[in-house]
Design a binder for this molecule. Sequence first.
Ligand code: GLN
Length: 504
Amino acid sequence: MDPMIQLTAAQMAAKLRAGEITSVELTQAHLRRIEQVEPTINAFLHVNAEEALETAAGVDKIRAAGGAEAEKLHPLAGVPIAIKDLIVTKGQPTTAASKMLEGWMSPYDATVVEKIRAARLPILGKTNLDEFAMGSSTEHSAYGVTRNPWDTERIPGGSGGGSAAAVAAFEAPLALGTDTGGSIREPAAFTGTVGTKPTYGGVSRYGAIAMASSLDQIGPCARTVEDAALLHELIGGHDPKDSTSLPDPVPAFARAAAEHDVAGKKIGVIKQLSHGEGYQQGVLDAFHSSLESLKEAGAEIVEVDCPSFDYALGAYYLIMPSEASSNLARYDGVRYGKRVLPDDGPLTIERVMAATRAAGFGPEVKRRIVLGTYALSAGYYDAYYGSAQKIRTLIQRDFDRAFEQAEVLICPTAPTVPFKLGEKLDDPLKMYLNDIATIPANLAGIPGINVPGGLSEGLPVGIQFLAPAREDIRAYHAAGALEHLLGEKGEAIWQQIPELEEVH
Ligand code: GLN
């Protein structure tokens, strides 16, 4: 493997600035890696070498010319990036990993993509996901599963398995994801990478294909906390095109991630998310040794009680399908993407819609549309959707109380290491249970980061830090500190990934 692609994004950026490498060389090296490993990993649904190299050549030209233009280049200019195929891009297809949008080209860029283009990061392509971001394993993609580069018989997490696997397998140093119930953090946990779900409204959602609008959030995927922080700084900030966008200026996340000082900081272990049924011993062992490291560095570990979290999963799987059933009504064979005509009988609009939706959506998407439609139906609204919204409030209150006792909260990001392909595919409930630790943050709108916390049987274990809304900086600070503390004990987790050739 080319050593150039094994650097962090920050190191790549420094070498580009120093003129030690060019963006074209760096982009080509990633494209070669993509060509080499994609037959096994399948992280990308679309690769656009031409566009990426064009952007790269543009950066190199500006840098070579020097002067004010070169000075003005964004610090990450020339560092390649991959984008989850739920985020719309002009000139590259956007499918949401669904047959419904097969071949669809967006006429506009998402705000985050506009920012990435303005900063001149070569866009390598679009990454795989569970169809319309519904899933925890990327097995629900209509275009084949993405394999975990740590063990190709295992899933990379989901829904953003493509972005996480691409970053872990050195196909891209940076990627964008979306997180509605954990789709950035859980794949990061399962691939030994870093992923952030920002505060709701902290990053514009304009151009993210809507799944559940009150929960969806775009965020960064990277190999280190610093890299995630740098990308977050680039994509964050107010956007008038997103009515839920916060007016806040973007804080210096990367600087906070580099502080590493946790002495005297109170870190709250969430009682409900740190033991019990479903938690693998290896995950708990890595979690406890992470806690030990933080304690040795002077952090004060306290336990916080969040009793309503027991109902979080139930509330999420009512609210999310309800919003999704409404958001996905637009795929009707009339306005967007695919249109399928019924085989026989009259050609009414209802029958065209039915034929289109029957053919265009996969089984998980249909399951959730049915669930959501049922939960919102007049006779059941109060019993299901209304109750779930009440639980949501209780969860927010649990967080408020917990943050009175601790500056950040901590728990394993997922109860298990990455599972085997097919292991949970036929049992939706088992698949849903996997999201137990990531969902509360979406319900409360607060930020969360996954940072690698060790290995269990050679597979990555993720640790999640949670902070109050608008305090993403606290999560970066804590995650940066843990990464640093574990790094002092040996190689970083992402550097310990086996050579793909050796993976079975
Ligand atoms: N795994 C969760 C789900 O299936 C989360 C998905 C997401 O965050 N997009 O709903």
